[in-house]
Design a protein around this ligand. Structure first.
Ligand code: SAM
Length: 230
């Protein structure tokens, strides 16, 4: 089982995505566990404040170090007693670009992935040193070359992409596209001919031929074409 611990100031954001479809089923089957940690619970401030102005000036707010350190430590202490192999992920548009290879490797290597979903201007940099002192693997991750308002979507992307690589998460009909001629290959379903506003839209003949060798070659051709067009 892989455990995902998610530190956030918006715990409810995850409800709908994690409680539907494959990710929901993976939790029910005990293949993954998702633990949402509300950062505000670790604030000692009377008003549960977790952010403050940046030193050196500038707009926006920054996640304060103390509640963050407390939150990660509380998760880590539980993990230590269970001797889990843990990785910690911080998110930033300037981080290393996430990809399928990382997802597969992390699914294989780690029992626990702790993620900090940042907001505003980000999180106090010193959290990296604190986590480093605990000798935990830490990654500064980007899910793409654009700036989002928060780390919640990146968290969902990582949970989804890593979970797909955990044995038993995908059913037979959903087997890993990465391992077959799935990604980028055009796909069709019934009807064979779709008539729409005076025009006919047809399925390529080869897919109806029943000739598996020819179908495979057709798929490979499209996959190569897609690579060339990139
Ligand atoms: N100034 C911050 C930096 O340079 O990392 C970016 C702040 S961004 C507005 C707020 C938060 O959204 C980040 O802390 C991060 O958690 C998340 N975020 C935004 N874009 C992202 C991306 N492309 N990949 C991963 N996380 C992202």
């Amino acid at each position: 089982m892989t455990r995902f611990d998610i530190i956030t100031i918006f715990p409810k954001i995850f409800d709908s995505y994690f409680n539907e479809s494959i990710i929901w089923r993976a939790q029910k089957l005990g293949k993954i566990k998702i633990n949402i940690v509300d950062l505000r619970k670790f604030s000692t401030d009377r008003h549960k404040k977790i952010d403050d102005k940046p030193y050196g000036g500038g707009p926006g707010m920054v996640f304060k170090i103390e509640p963050l350190a407390r939150a990660v430590e509380s998760i880590k202490l539980k993990a230590k007693s269970q001797k889990l192999k843990t990785k910690v992920i911080l998110f930033s548009p300037a981080g290393e670009q996430f990809n399928s290879k990382m997802a597969a490797e992390w699914a294989r290597k780690y029992d626990q992935i702790i993620m900090i979903a940042g907001r505003y201007e980000g999180v106090d940099e010193r959290i990296k040193k604190i986590i480093g002192n605990w000798k935990l693997k830490i990654e500064n991750l980007s899910i793409g070359p654009y700036v989002l308002t928060g780390g919640e979507l990146p968290v969902m992307v990582v949970v989804d992409a890593v979970s797909r690589h955990i044995s038993g998460v995908l059913g037979k009909n959903e087997s890993l596209e990465e391992e077959r001629l799935g990604v980028g290959v055009p796909i069709y379903t019934r009807p064979e001919i779709f008539k729409w506003k005076g025009k006919k839209y047809i399925v390529p003949k080869v897919l109806l031929s029943g000739n598996h060798k020819k179908i495979e070659m057709w798929k490979m051709h499209h996959k190569r074409k897609m690579k060339r067009e990139k």
